[in-house]
Design a binder for this molecule. Structure first.
Ligand code: ADP
Ligand code: MG
Ligand code: ZN
Length: 502
C-alpha cells in the first residue's frame, strides 16, 4: 500500500473535488407503496405485507404524504419541481431487496437544480460556499441484513446472515450534489457543514428524524484530486458514513490517501470504500470501474407523478423559517456576531445551546459551556458534544448552583465530569463527590488562620496596608479547600480578620 501524504502537503499539491449523496429516510407513518408501519426497532419482519415483500400479484400504491415531503425538501433546497415524472425500476439481485428490483427514479427526478449555502469558520473569519444540488429523487429503502458469527459484522467471515424486511419499502429521498470545487484545504469542513445544514433543514421541515446513528440520514462522500489546472481526477465513493464528524474525517483521509497514490505515480481506482471510525481510514469496497447495467425502465405498476403547480406554490409558501434566517434571529437575540454563530454551528452545538437557553439558562452561560468545556471534552473523546450525556437541564441546574454560590466554575467542571461518567444528576454528583463551595465562615476562618500562621511576613504586610499581598493568603486558602471556597468571600473574611479596610 502506498503511504498517505500529510494533509497540508496534499492540499498544496492537489485540488480536491467532492460530491455528496445523502439519503434521508422519511418519517411518514406508513411505507411508500403499502400501509405497513415504519416504526424503528420493531421485532424483525413484523412490519411487512405482500406489497413490501414483493409477493407476486401485489400492487403498489403511492404514498401521497411522501410526495408532499419530497417536494417540500426540494423547495427548501432551492430546487425546481418538475411538472411530470415517473418512478423507474432499478433491477438487481440482493437478498435485502425482496422484489429483486428497487423502485427509484433515474432520468426523471422530481426535484432538480438547487443549491445550499454553507458557512465554515476559518482563521480569517466565516466563509460561505455554495453547494449546488443536482437532483432530489424518491426511492424505496431496502431491508436490513445482519451477518452473524464473524468478527467484523461484515459478510466476509460470517457464518450466516439474517434479513429483516421491516425497513423494505420505507420512503427514502436521495439528495445528490454536483461536484463541489474550489474548497481547497477546507473540503472536509465544507462536506461536514453541508451535511449539518442539510440535516437541520430536514429537521426543521419535520420530514424525517434525521438521526445518523439510526441510519435515517446516511451520507456517501465522493472525493477526487487533480493537479491545479488539470481535469478532475477519478473519484472514490466512501459509503454510509454515519456521523458528522466521520464525514469530515472520511474526506480528509481520502485526500491524504489519494494524494499518496498519485504522488507515487499510481492511479486512483473508481470504487466504493468503507470508513472505519476506529482507525480513521477507509478500505476498499466494490469496484465501480465497469458501469453496472441496472436495466432501468419506467415502473409500469405506478401512475406518473404530476404535482399541481398551485399545490407546489402552496407548499412553498408554507415552508418553515430557513436555518440561516433562524440563526440570524438567534444571533440578534443572544447578542453575538457571525463568527461566534459559525463557531457554534461548526462545533455542532447550536441546537444544544438553543435547548439550554430554552431550559432557562442565559445565552452566554449556555454558549460558554457548550462551545468551551463540553466541546473540548467531546473532541478529546472523539464523540459529538450531544453524546456526552449532559442535558440542557443538567446545565440549568449547575447554573442555579453557581448563582446561589454553592458551586464555582472550577467545581462545576467536576460536576460535568461526574455527569459524563454516569454518576447521576448534578445534585447526585455534588452530593456523592462532596462538591460544594465552603461557605461556612467558621471553616473558612480556620483555613485563613492556618494560612496566616504559615506566612507571618505576608500577614504583617497586609496589616501594614499592602492589601495586594492578600492574594497569596487567598490562594493558600483556595488550595487548602481544594478550590471549594468562594475566593471573594475568603478575601472579605481575611481583611476583616486583620482589621484592614479595602
Ligand atoms: P453513483 O451512482 O456512481 O453514486 P451519482 O451520480 O449518484 O453516481 O453520484 C455521484 C456523486 O459524485 C455526485 O455527488 C457527483 O457530484 C460526484 N462526483 C462526480 N464526479 C466527481 C469527481 N470527479 N470528484 C468528486 N466527486 C464527483
Ligand atoms: Mg451513489
Ligand atoms: Zn407492506
Amino acid at each position: 500500500m502506498t503511504e498517505s501524504m500529510p494533509y497540508a502537503e496534499a492540499v498544496t499539491e492537489f485540488e480536491p473535488v467532492i460530491g455528496l449523496e445523502v439519503h434521508v429516510e422519511l418519517g411518514t407513518e406508513s411505507k411508500m407503496f403499502c400501509s405497513c408501519p415504519t416504526t424503528f426497532g420493531a421485532e424483525p419482519n413484523t412490519q411487512v405485507c405482500p406489497v413490501c415483500l414483493g409477493l407476486p400479484g401485489s400492487m403498489p400504491v403511492m404514498n401521497g404524504a411522501a410526495i408532499e415531503s419530497i417536494i417540500r425538501m426540494g423547495l427548501a433546497l432551492n430546487c425546481s419541481v418538475v411538472e411530470w415524472c415517473r418512478m423507474a425500476r432499478k433491477n438487481y439481485f440482493y437478498p435485502d431487496m425482496p422484489k429483486d428490483y428497487q423502485v427509484s427514479q433515474y432520468d426523471e427526478p422530481i426535484c432538480v437544480d438547487g443549491y445550499l449555502d454553507v458557512t465554515v469558520t476559518t482563521d480569517d473569519g466565516p466563509r460561505v460556499f455554495r453547494v449546488e444540488i443536482e437532483r432530489v429523487h424518491m426511492e424505496e429503502d431496502t431491508g436490513k441484513l445482519t451477518h452473524a458469527g464473524g468478527a467484523t459484522g461484515r459478510i466476509h467471515g460470517a457464518d450466516y446472515s439474517l434479513v429483516d424486511y421491516n425497513r423494505a419499502g420505507i420512503p427514502l429521498v436521495e439528495i445528490v450534489t454536483k461536484p463541489v470545487t474550489g474548497t481547497g484545504a477546507l473540503a472536509p469542513e465544507v462536506a461536514r457543514a453541508y451535511v449539518t445544514e442539510l440535516r437541520d433543514i430536514m429537521r426543521g421541515l419535520g420530514v424525517s428524524d434525521v438521526k445518523m446513528e439510526e441510519g435515517s440520514l446516511r451520507c456517501d462522500a465522493n472525493v477526487s484530486l487533480n493537479r491545479p489546472g488539470a481535469d478532475w481526477g477519478t473519484r472514490s465513493e466512501t459509503k454510509n458514513v454515519n456521523s458528522l464528524r466521520s464525514v469530515e474525517r472520511a474526506v480528509r483521509s481520502e485526500i491524504e490517501r489519494q494524494a499518496g497514490v498519485l504522488a507515487a505515480g499510481g492511479r486512483v481506482t473508481q470504487e466504493t470504500r468503507h470508513f472505519h471510525e476506529d482507525t480513521g481510514q477507509t478500505t476498499p469496497g466494490r469496484s465501480k470501474e465497469q458501469a453496472e447495467d441496472y436495466r432501468y425502465f419506467p415502473e409500469p405498476d405506478l401512475v406518473p407523478i404530476a404535482p399541481d403547480p398551485a399545490w407546489v406554490e402552496e407548499l412553498r409558501a408554507s415552508l418553515p423559517e430557513q436555518p440561516s434566517i433562524h440563526r440570524a434571529r438567534l444571533a440578534e437575540q443572544w447578542g453575538i456576531g457571525d463568527f461566534e454563530m459559525a463557531t457554534l454551528v461548526n462545533a455542532g452545538v447550536l441546537g444544544l445551546v438553543e435547548e439550554t437557553v430554552a431550559a432557562g439558562v442565559s445565552p452566554d452561560a449556555a454558549r460558554k459551556w457548550w462551545a468551551g468545556e463540553l466541546t473540548r471534552v467531546a473532541n478529546e473523546r472523539e464523540v459529538e458534544p450531544g453524546e456526552l450525556g449532559v442535558s440542557p437541564t443538567d446545565i440549568g441546574r449547575i447554573e442555579e448552583l453557581i448563582a446561589s454560590g454553592s458551586l464555582n466554575d472550577k467545581l462545576a467542571r467536576q460536576v460535568f465530569e461526574g455527569i459524563m461518567a454516569g454518576e447521576g444528576s448534578a445534585d447526585e454528583v455534588v452530593a456523592a463527590r462532596g462538591l460544594a463551595v465552603v461557605s461556612d465562615d467558621g471553616a473558612l476562618l480556620a483555613a485563613i488562620d492556618e494560612a496566616l500562621a504559615a506566612q507571618p511576613d505576608i500577614a504583617e504586610k497586609i496589616k501594614a496596608g499592602k492589601v495586594q499581598a492578600a492574594g497569596a493568603i487567598v490562594g493558600a486558602v483556595m488550595k487548602a479547600t481544594r478550590g471549594q471556597a468562594d475566593a471573594g468571600k475568603v478575601r472579605e473574611l481575611l481583611l476583616e480578620r486583620l482589621g484592614v479596610a479595602e
